[in-house]
Design a protein around this ligand. Sequence first.
Ligand SMILES: [Ca+2]
Ligand SMILES: [Ca+2]
Ligand SMILES: [Ca+2]
Length: 636
Amino acid sequence: MVSVVEPVEGPASTASLRGVGGVAKIRIICSLWLSLKGANMKSRFIVAAVVLLVVISGGLAFAMAASTGSGQAGKEAIKDPVQPNTDIRLNSLGYLPAAQKKATIITKCSNFTVKEASKGKAVYSGKVTGPFSQKDVNQIAWIADFSKLNKPGKYYLEVPGLGRSIDFEIGDKVYDFAFYTSMRAFYLWRCGTEVNAIFNGHRFYHAACHTDDAWQNYLSDLNSQYLNSIAPNSLDSTSCDPNAKGSNSRRDATAGWHDAGDYNKYVVNANVTLGLMFLAWEQFGDKLKNIKLDIPDTAPGYPDYLKELKWETDWLLKMQYPDGSGKVAHKISTLRFGGFILPEKETEKRYFVGWSSGATADFVALMAMSARCFKPYDANYAQTCLEAAANSYEFLSKNRDNKMPDMQAFRTGPYATLDNDDRMWAAVELWETTGEPNYLRAFERASMAYEDKIEFYWDWGNVKNLAMFTYLFSKREGKRDDLVEDVRRDLVRTADSIVVERNKDIYGRCLGEEYRWGSNGTVAREVLTLQLANRASPNPAYIETALDAISHLFGRNYYGRSYVTGLGYKPPMNPHDRRSGGDRVRDPWPGYIVGGGHSATGWQDIEKDARTNEICINWQGALVYALAGFTSGAPQ
Ligand SMILES: [Ca+2]
Ligand SMILES: [Ca+2]
Ligand SMILES: [Ca+2]
């Protein structure tokens, strides 16, 4: 059962007219009229009537939007001087006082003025640069640079002939609420418990869900073929033998976060998610430790940030086989994706899937990081994490094949991965935590296989960058100078190419022509590469490009919209998210970044579009990292 909410954007024909101004609309109608020269008068009138209707209904929609203040008015705002002209695109969260500040304007213009939002007083003016044309979006743009304005306040841009932009802020705390909300999005993803939040006047709630995670029917390496032949619902025992393998029994694996728009839990996708979030802690922990997230006290004595991460590591620990072997189950999942219902209503049985070498290696790396980060707050738990990591590493060192479990009974996310990078990451994280030279040697040996030490575009399938970053910045003794220098050089070269792509893009997007599944997440993830390149070889362009990535995600983009639910200007309203589709609240669950288009103009804010409008922990972790570096650290 999939409930599809009416999309916010109209059908393509209306949307294309909705994105242009009044004069341009008349031009389109005229050109349409002329293009129908070949047709007879009757069909020309029919077409004209249809187009007129579309324009009138567009105006009507605007009037309704304006009267309800829903902010969906878009470009029709030209008719009303107070309404923004969304041809002026900027970071709707705002700008840090000392940072570069740019807006992209997609209508011809020459000058601009920045005015105070309250009084309309002009505080800065300048000339735009351009025109710049860009193929992938088929647009010509002009850039307004108001970086020199650094006085905190609320402002808007005014462009002669176009009108005004949306309001934006300059201040030290412009990213604080977004950081808080994107972290609370993880809390709202918690599985195995009820969650509850008020956001923007709406209550987002679900009862405790998936409390019987998970069944072991598919866990056996020996008899999966036999078990796969049994209809799963014919098995109904409640025995809970911790050593039972491949039998009809369950073992506790509650907690963790739901993965995405679906409710399943996949170990491999925790890799970049937690990996980036632990790195944020290690780099910006001094700021993050003061931030209250208003979450339940599930880990007394922990700072809220780590408290939320522990909800996931608690679950990860349960994914390790209880037989002491060190194997780690690849995922927990229903056999098929469930419907758009709240998670407590998803009562289909969920099963462990057998171990994979990728999941086991990711587990090692994450448990080693957990041991480091949690130790000051909970030495016992840290020790548990470290022992679990060492045990699984030991198992991997004796089992060198890239192993995937038998998942033929499942239709949910496979998260299949080649494990070389994951194993290398496991080794280096254990070395960083323990200092034991055998881990260092294993990492250095594995790293020799890569000429390019740093990837430009990466996600959960390739965690090589995480491994290299830990090695490069480790303060431990014993590293090879030539390898350190190679990683450093490749990091700087990659960061330089990220800057080059950003410089070429009218919206400051740093991925060039790369549009893949979840590339909004990779835009955010590039902030990690840029921050670390700036540590290795300081360059203001790296930080500017990192902030441009955030600007891009929050409105300086082809759509002139925020990509994060509940935040910024015209955020996504229909994410592919089962909670948002399954509750009775019109607004979606807040704080989630959506994946984005597979082409420069391919994003659709439509619930059923999992390809471009889903939410996912690996993109969310990147968003948290990106914002963490630029929060003020003030308690919320
Ligand atoms: Ca190299
Ligand atoms: Ca991999
Ligand atoms: Ca809803």
